[in-house]
Design a protein around this ligand. Structure first.
Ligand code: AGP
Length: 372
């Protein structure tokens, strides 16, 4: 078993470390020399893709968080409206679907019953279903019209890590591909993003090299009961994912909020020394959001929160308000989740260890949920 874990104590640590390769492998062979996408395996014709007038993403858990992030990319790059829904809720509300709807079912295992039932329902209504899946030949891709495989390799730990990063990459590929076949006005931007995507694996590697302070911080918080996570834009689903990881692994009360919602309720939770992790958008690009989140950090700190700030290298504006700083490399806005999630995975894994929990097999959970 030790050999299987490649020298790591847990599969989860091994899988976190494998992320740069998983990301690179998922891009491999899908971008040609001219910087265009070749997703030949996606067996939905270009003319069918041109007719799509709505995208609906269905998934559960971590895969659902990947879907929430994908929505920003799909709408921005293709201008096609995109909804994201928990697979377990989807079919019970009689969703509006037809032949022009592209349903994207995201699943690491390809066996999640809720997701499978959602895609069956979508196909019955005439929608085309594209699976994003990590397991060759599993049920979800077999029952879909097309599949784009993530190449994360087998994920053994119950808590999903490398599958999540590769789901994001696959979603971006689909979004860019839709933009490419439909010839949206984002042509130049699409080429720039493809270039940035091919460099992202190196950035993930750099983040992994700087995780020791994150581990030390996690150990120092092992006695806490609650941790809150805040984010905005694509940082919001990252906050949700950080909280899910902590629930699963550390059995701590953890919640993710959209930072803009703070004043609508959650700020009442802030009390002395409560750890709050804040994912800060880049100060470049959407700087309005950056400035708003910096004021959120000030507000919660003034009320006693212990602020743990994940910010882009060189973002001096956050320094005065951060009790703990976690730097991540500069990336384009939409790609930030690929680097910002990594410290949250490491944080949750180390907290689980510090609290004496079973990292790879958290209590009450199964790797793939094959019942509804
Ligand atoms: C993630 O850490 C979870 N264990 C869980 O939320 C998982 O992502 C969810 O059950 C979906 O699984 P799937 O990707 O295999 O469909």
């Amino acid at each position: 078993a030790a050999a299987e874990k490649g020298g790591y104590d847990y599969f989860m640590l091994k899988e976190i470390a494998e992320q740069p390769k998983a990301v690179a492998d998922t891009l491999l062979g899908r971008i040609d020399a001219a910087g265009s996408l070749t997703l030949d395996e996606v067996r939905i014709s270009a003319s069918e893709l041109r007719e799509v007038d709505k995208v609906v993403i269905v998934a559960c858990g971590t895969a659902f968080h990947a879907g929430l992030i994908a929505k920003y990319a799909i709408e921005h790059w293709t201008r096609i409206p995109c909804e994201v829904e928990l697979a377990s809720e989807f079919r019970y509300r009689d969703p509006i679907l037809d032949q022009q709807t592209l349903v994207i079912a995201i699943s690491q295992s390809g066996e999640t019953m809720d997701t499978l039932m959602a895609l069956r329902h979508a196909r019955e209504q005439g929608a085309r279903v594209l699976a994003i899946c990590n397991t060759n030949g599993s049920t979800i891709p077999r029952e879909s019209d097309a599949v784009l495989y993530t190449h994360a390799g087998p994920e053994v730990a119950v808590a999903s890590t490398k599958a999540f990063l590769t789901q994001l990459v696959a979603c971006y590929l689909v979004a860019l591909y839709l933009g490419q076949v439909r010839g949206t006005k984002w042509g130049d931007e699409i080429h720039a993003v493809i270039r940035d995507l091919s460099q992202i694996s190196g950035e993930v590697e750099r983040v992994l090299e700087t995780m020791e302070p994150v581990r030390a911080l996690a150990r120092s918080l092992a006695h806490k009961n609650t941790v809150l996570f805040l984010g905005r834009h694509v940082g919001y689903p990252v906050a949700l994912e950080g909280a899910l990881k902590l629930k699963e692994l550390a059995y701590m009360h953890a919640e993710g909020f959209a930072a803009g919602e703070l004043k609508h309720g959650p700020i009442a939770l802030i009390e002395d020394d409560l750890p709050v992790v804040v994912v800060v958008p880049s100060p470049r690009g959407r700087s309005v959001l950056h400035d708003k989140i910096v004021s959120n950090i000030q507000e919660i700190r003034a009320r006693g929160a212990r602020t743990i700030v994940i910010a882009e290298e060189g973002d001096e504006a956050v320094v005065p308000y951060a009790d703990h700083l976690i730097w991540i490399p500069a990336t384009p806005t939409l790609l930030q989740p690929l680097v910002a999630t990594v410290p949250l995975q490491v944080f949750a894994c180390e907290l689980a260890t510090a609290r004496g929990n079973e990292v790879d097999q958290p209590r009450n959970l199964a790797k793939s949920v094959t019942v509804e």
